[in-house]
Ligand binder design. Structure first.
Ligand code: ATP
Length: 306
């Protein structure tokens, strides 16, 4: 019996490895727009964290040499603070998060964390320090519990449940007949954009990184989901050095500094109140979004109350 059992067991093992490998590769290609040539320098050291303080010093960047994407961008995120980046589509906001994760190297200037140039530290240590909640999370073809536990594979089920609770997704999971054992992904239950984002937040809560990058989803969410996600994100980013790439201005009001990016340059910067008083691009974007929200609310009211 053992002779039959062993190879079968082996096939199961290889299948699981392969399936995991394939989903990882899929996830990499779908999500990670990156330069395959980025490697560790000989003698690269692990990133040593004290703060952590992030600094962009006169950073410029292009994907193609004939088209500048970032030009002379300088800013600092002090330890435990939140900097939000807003601006029109294509301004280069997500590019900033890709550079911070070192999917690409800057073409001018430098980026440091606690004084260490990202090009001098090991990628493994850099990526272990940073937690990223991306715009669009790809779920593994596995259970929803596994998808959360992926943030820290040695986490216990109690820790997974706590993370789900903090990410405001526990109620949804517990309402499913199979709970945390529900299969999700392409071959399982399809989650909405808002649910997937909360699974990504739960994963990040488990990972407990010192630096957080939140790349907010562009897709429209209803007001309640948006509020739930916002309160989950506020909890995760408290006391963590955080960069938020924001599409909805309502999520940046409390940021310590807001950078308004236009055509790869910082066009305006300051707190929400200071930027409104400046009556420039940020104020215009704010007024436009407020009008859109008010129009949506009026529409909903008339629909519910004919
Ligand atoms: P959005 O608000 O629409 O998400 P964004 O401000 O985040 O936009 P980025 O995603 O940073 O903008 O893109 C900035 C510019 O760089 C865009 O014009 C985009 O087309 C271009 N770009 C992004 N990725 C690549 C790539 N891999 N190769 C070439 N150009 C790219």
């Amino acid at each position: 019996l053992l002779q039959i059992y062993r190879p079968l067991n082996m096939i199961g093992f290889v299948y699981r490895e392969l399936r995991q490998g394939l989903t990882d590769i899929e996830e990499m290609f779908k999500l990670l727009d990156r330069d395959p040539e980025i490697t560790d320098k000989p003698g690269a050291r692990p990133l040593a964290i004290t703060g952590p303080v992030i600094r962009f010093e006169n950073v410029s960047f292009h994907y193609d040499p004939d088209r500048a994407i970032l030009r002379d961008v300088s800013f600092e995120v002090p330890a435990g603070k939140t900097v939000a980046i807003v601006g029109p589509t294509g301004a280069g906001k997500s590019t900033i998060s890709r550079l911070l994760y070192r999917f690409y190297d800057v073409t001018g200037g430098r980026i440091t964390i606690d004084g260490q140039d990202l090009r001098d530290v090991t990628q493994e240590s850099l990526r272990a320090t940073i937690g990223m909640v991306p715009q669009d999370t790809v779920l593994f073809n596995d259970t929803i519990g596994y998808n959360i536990q992926y943030g820290r594979p040695d986490a216990s089920m109690d820790e997974v449940r706590d993370a789900a609770r903090m990410a405001q997704v526990a109620g949804f999971i517990e309402s499913l007949p199979k709970g945390y054992d529900t299969p999700v992904g392409e071959r399982g239950l399809k989650l909405s954009g808002g649910e997937k984002q909360r699974v990504a937040i739960a994963r990040t809560i488990l990972k407990a990184p010192s630096i957080l990058i939140l790349d907010e989803a562009t897709s429209a969410l209803d007001t309640k989901t948006e509020r739930d996600i916002q309160s989950a994100l506020d909890d995760v980013s408290r006391d963590r050095t955080t960069v938020v790439i924001a599409h909805r201005l309502s999520t940046v009001i409390n940021a310590d500094e807001i950078l308004v990016l236009r055509e790869g340059r910082i066009a305006e910067r300051g707190s929400h109140a200071a930027l409104l008083a400046q009556d420039g691009l940020y104020a215009q974007m704010w007024n436009r979004q407020r009008e859109a929200t008010e129009a949506e609310e009026t529409l909903l009211r008339t629909r519910n109350d004919p």
